[in-house]
Design a protein around this ligand. Structure first.
Ligand code: ARE
Ligand code: CA
Length: 497
C-alpha cells in the first residue's frame, strides 16, 4: 500500500483541487498523459453538505452526508468516465476519502446529490447512518464533544474535529459502509486513496478497514495490486500522536518537507539552500518509502494546515517554480504537485478572511469548467501550476531519473546548489539574487548538447530555450544570473539533442 501503482513507474501526481471530473478526463488526454504525470488526486467525490454561509466554501466537500458519488465535480457516470479515460492514458486516479466524520453538528437539509440528512438527530438516510454510528460524548470525554486538547490521544480520535460528527470506526457496521464505498471506487478503477484526517482515526480501525479493501481492478492493474494509501497525518513533532503510528499502513503526508522548502527558499532565519543536501530522514522526516511530499496543499496554501507563513504557493511564482523543481529533481519520497484556483485574499489580523472562497463558479454555485488558452495556460480563475513549463518539464526529469541516486552535489556554501541523478539528470539553482552562479560543474551526463528544460523544450531536434553543451569529462560551464526570471538550469537524458 506504499506503492502508487503508476503506469511505467511514473514519479509524480498532481492534485487538481476542485476540478470537475469531465475537465480532469480531458486534462489526462491532452496534457497529463503526454507529459508523463503519474496520476491525479481528486477532491472528495462523495455527496456533501451544501453550505450557503459562507457561500459554497471549498470546505463543504469535507462534510460528507452520504457515500454517493454526486458533487459539484460531477456524478457517478462522470466519475467512471474520468477514471476510465485517465487510466487509458496511463494516468491514475487517487480519491480523497473523508471517512473520519460526516458533516458538522446542527441543522438539516439536502446534500449535493439531493439526499436528505438531519445532523441534529444524527440521521443520514443516504448511507444509512444513525445515532449508534457516531462516537458518543462519553467516549470522547469533553464537555462539548469536541477536541479540546491535541495532546490527549483519546480526544483526538474520539471527539469531534471542528464540530464534525465523528463516525464510530470501532463499529463493524460503520466499517462495512466505508469499505463498501472504497471498494466501489476500486471497482471503478482508482489506484488508491488520500485518507483525510487520518490522525483522528485509530491505526487499528484503519487497518481493519484497509484489510477489507479489494485488490485493484485487473482491467488496469496487475492482479494482486493493493490500493495505494496516503494518510493525512500532520506531524511536525511535539504532539502526542506521531505519523510513525500509521506508516505500516501506507505513506503519510510529510508536512515538514514543504515547510522546510519554504523556509530555505525564503532564506528565513538565515537558512541556506546548501543545507538541502541532507533534507529527508536526517532532518527527522519519514523514511523515503513512507512519505508523500509537496510544496503546498489545499490547506497550507490558505493557512488551514501546518507550516504557517513559510509555505510557498502560486502567489510566490518564482520561488514556487524553484522549490517544485528541487522537489522533483531530488531523490526523496513520492511527489504531489498542487494545482489551484485563484481567490482574492483579504488579510486582517494576520489571517486571510477569504480563506473559505470556493472554486470558480457561476451564479447558482456550479463549478466552472477549466478553459485552456492557446498558449496552454488556464484561464477563468484556474491557476494550473502543473502547466507552468518548469513544473511540467521537471515531472519528466523525475521520471527519467527514477531509481538513480544523488551525485555530484555542489554548493557555494550559501544559496547556489547543483546536483546530478547519476548519469540521468543535472540541475543547478541560483537563489542568491545579487550575483550569478558562474562555475564549471560536473553534470554526470555523457558529452553532447542538451536542452535546458526550465527555459524551453526539446522540439524538432532543437532547443526552444537554452542549449547546454556537456564536455567529454561530463563538465559544463554554468552561468545563471541572479535576476534571471527563473534562475535554474535543468538537463536530462530525455532532453539530449
Ligand atoms: C469548517 C470551518 C470550521 C467549522 C467546521 C464545521 O472552517 O470553523 O467548525 O467547518 O462547521 C476543512 C477546512 C476546515 C473546515 C472543514 C469542514 O480546513 O476549516 O471546517 O474542512 O468543512 C487539523 C486536522 C487535519 C485537517 C486540518 C485542516 O488534523 O486533518 O486541521 N485537514 C483535513 C483537510 C481539511 C479539512 C479536514 C481535514 C476536515 O485537509 O481541508 O478541513 O475534513 C496542527 C495539528 C493538526 C491540525 C492543524 C490545523 O498542525 O497538528 O492536526 O490539522 O493544526 O488545525
Ligand atoms: Ca475520529
Amino acid at each position: 500500500q506504499h506503492a502508487p501503482h503508476t503506469a511505467d513507474n511514473k514519479q509524480a501526481i498532481v492534485h487538481l483541487f476542485e476540478w470537475r471530473w469531465a475537465d480532469i478526463a480531458a486534462e489526462c488526454e491532452t496534457f497529463l498523459g503526454p507529459y508523463g504525470f503519474g496520476g491525479v488526486q481528486v477532491s472528495p467525490p462523495t455527496e456533501n453538505r451544501v453550505i450557503t454561509s459562507p457561500n459554497r466554501p471549498w470546505w463543504e466537500r469535507y462534510q460528507p452526508i452520504s457515500y454517493r458519488l454526486n458533487t459539484r465535480s460531477g456524478n457517478d457516470e462522470d466519475f467512471k468516465d474520468m477514471v476510465h479515460r485517465c487510466n487509458q492514458q496511463g494516468v491514475r486516479i487517487y480519491a480523497d476519502v473523508v471517512i473520519n466524520h460526516m458533516c458538522a453538528d446542527g441543522g438539516s437539509g439536502n446534500g449535493t446529490g439531493g439526499s436528505h440528512f438531519n445532523a441534529d438527530s444524527l440521521d443520514f438516510p443516504g448511507v444509512p447512518f444513525g445515532t449508534d454510528d457516531f462516537t458518543d460524548c462519553g467516549t470522547c470525554g469533553t464537555s462539548d464533544c469536541s477536541i479540546q486538547n491535541y495532546s490527549d490521544v483519546n480526544q483526538v480520535r474520539n471527539c469531534r474535529w471542528a464540530s464534525k460528527l465523528d463516525s464510530k470506526l470501532s463499529s463493524d457496521y460503520v466499517r462495512g459502509k466505508i469499505v463498501d464505498y472504497m471498494n466501489y471506487l476500486i471497482s471503478i478503477g482508482v489506484a488508491g486513496f488520500r485518507v483525510d484526517a487520518a490522525k483522528h482515526m485509530l491505526p487499528g480501525d484503519l487497518a481493519a478497514i484497509f484489510g477489507r479493501l479489494s485488490d485493484l481492478n485487473t482491467a488496469y492493474f496487475p492482479s494482486g495490486s493493493r490500493p495505494f494509501i496516503a494518510m493525512e497525518v500532520i506531524d511536525l513533532g511535539g504532539e502526542a500522536i506521531s505519523s510513525s503510528e500509521y506508516t505500516h499502513l501506507g505513506r503519510i503526508t510529510e508536512f515538514r518537507y514543504g515547510m522546510q522548502l519554504g523556509t530555505l527558499f525564503r532564506k528565513q532565519y538565515g537558512q541556506k539552500l546548501a543545507y538541502l543536501q541532507f533534507i529527508g530522514e536526517t532532518w527527522g522526516m519519514q523514511w523515503d518509502n513512507n512519505a508523500l511530499v509537496f510544496v503546498d496543499t489545499h490547506d497550507t496554501q490558505r493557512g488551514h494546515g501546518a507550516g504557517g507563513q513559510a509555505i510557498l504557493t502560486f502567489r510566490d511564482s518564482k520561488l514556487y517554480k524553484m522549490a517544485n523543481a528541487f522537489m522533483l529533481a531530488f531523490p526523496y519520497a513520492f511527489v504531489r504537485m498542487m494545482s489551484s484556483y485563484y481567490w482574492d485574499q483579504w488579510w486582517e489580523d494576520w489571517r486571510d478572511k477569504n480563506d473559505w472562497i470556493g472554486p470558480p463558479a457561476d451564479g447558482s454555485g456550479n463549478t466552472m469548467g477549466v478553459s485552456i488558452n492557446n498558449k496552454g495556460s488556464c484561464s477563468n480563475g484556474w491557476i494550473c501550476e502543473h502547466r507552468w513549463r518548469p513544473n511540467r518539464n521537471m515531472v519528466m526529469f523525475r521520471n527519467v531519473a527514477a531509481g538513480y541516486g544523488l551525485s555530484n552535489w555542489w554548493d557555494n556554501r550559501s544559496n547556489q546548489i547543483a546536483f546530478s541523478r547519476e548519469d540521468r539528470g543535472f540541475i543547478a539553482i541560483n537563489n542568491e539574487v545579487w550575483w550569478a552562479l558562474d562555475a564549471t560543474l560536473q553534470t554526470g551526463l555523457s558529452s553532447g548538447d542538451y536542452c535546458d528544460v526550465i527555459s524551453g523544450d526539446l522540439s524538432n531536434g532543437g532547443c526552444t530555450g537554452k542549449t547546454i553543451t556537456v564536455g567529454g569529462d561530463g563538465r559544463t560551464h554554468i552561468y545563471i544570473a541572479g535576476d534571471d526570471e527563473v534562475p535554474m538550469i535543468a538537463i536530462h537524458a530525455g532532453s539530449k539533442v
